[in-house]
Design a protein around this ligand. Structure first.
Ligand code: IPE
Ligand code: IPE
Ligand code: MG
Length: 235
């Protein structure tokens, strides 16, 4: 399938949405939707890296606004993140550098330690990058970057200094952003990096968004005419 695609994004983002509705449609508790969603993460992310060779994958797994959910659901999500970031991450994702977007130190200590260890163990991987957004907000990220610049003594910010101080410093901007479940909004995801990304809103709920759906999404990306404000030269 990869051979069919001539143009691929260098940086792809996923707003993984619809876990709750997926579960509800099956008469299951929302937690089962998150469980299925987490299992699907491994499948889709590996496909991006190892089948398509996409260098950077960004994932929105928990927003700062998601703290407004019931404690029971938040606790379950934390359990999922704990599993996702456990010791096996390094074996599950060879050649991938883990980069967490958001202040993850607010999570329980063991999760924080696991995350720190994984970041450390993968820091020299140069082939692929996984940006994991947990306790993430695009607006907060920009504020965080500007505050870092102020602390460094600069009097003015520029596009370059902001970019250099985002969680995604030195990375390519987002090329393609997929939000599952039919919602057509960004919900505070990578507001700076998304400026010229192509957006794609499949109706499929995240737990059902499989390899075939990813292929169709990438086929759609290939068809998009990215102009970046310019026009095509007339021949
Ligand atoms: C996405 O699924 C997962 C997170 C936001 C953590 P949702 O939990 O938002 O699922 P819906 O939107 O209620 O279906
Ligand atoms: C966006 O999903 C956040 C994540 C996927 C982590 P939500 O389900 O929280 O977004 P809204 O509330 O529908 O905008
Ligand atoms: Mg949702």
């Amino acid at each position: 399938m990869k051979e069919e695609l001539k143009i691929l994004p260098k940086h792809i983002g996923f707003i993984i949405d619809g876990n709750g509705r997926w579960a509800k449609e099956r008469g299951l508790p929302r937690s089962m939707g998150h469980d299925a969603g987490m299992k699907n993460l491994d499948v889709v992310i590996k496909e991006c890296f190892y089948t398509y060779g996409i260098k950077t994958v960004s994932l929105y797994a928990f927003s700062t606004e998601n703290w407004n959910r019931p404690k029971k659901e938040i606790d379950f999500l934390i359990k999922c993140f704990r599993k996702y970031l456990n010791k096996s991450f390094v074996e599950r994702y060879p050649k991938v550098k883990l980069n967490i977007m958001g202040d993850y130190t607010v999570f329980p200590q063991d999760l924080v330690e696991n995350a720190k260890r994984t970041i450390e163990e993968t820091k020299n991987n140069t082939e692929f990058v996984l940006n994991l957004g947990i306790n993430y907000s695009g607006q907060d990220e920009i504020v965080y970057a500007v505050n870092k610049i102020i602390k460094s003594g600069e009097k003015e910010v520029s596009r370059k200094t902001i970019e250099d101080n985002l969680y995604t410093a030195c990375q390519e901007p987002l090329d393609f952003c997929i939000r599952t479940s039919g919602e057509q909004r960004i919900s505070n995801f990578m507001l700076w990096q998304i400026s010229y990304a192509e957006l794609y809103f499949p109706k499929t709920y995240w737990p059902d968004f499989g390899k075939k759906d990813l292929f169709l999404a990438l086929k759609e990306f290939e068809k998009r005419d990215r102009r970046f404000g310019a026009i095509k030269e007339e021949k």
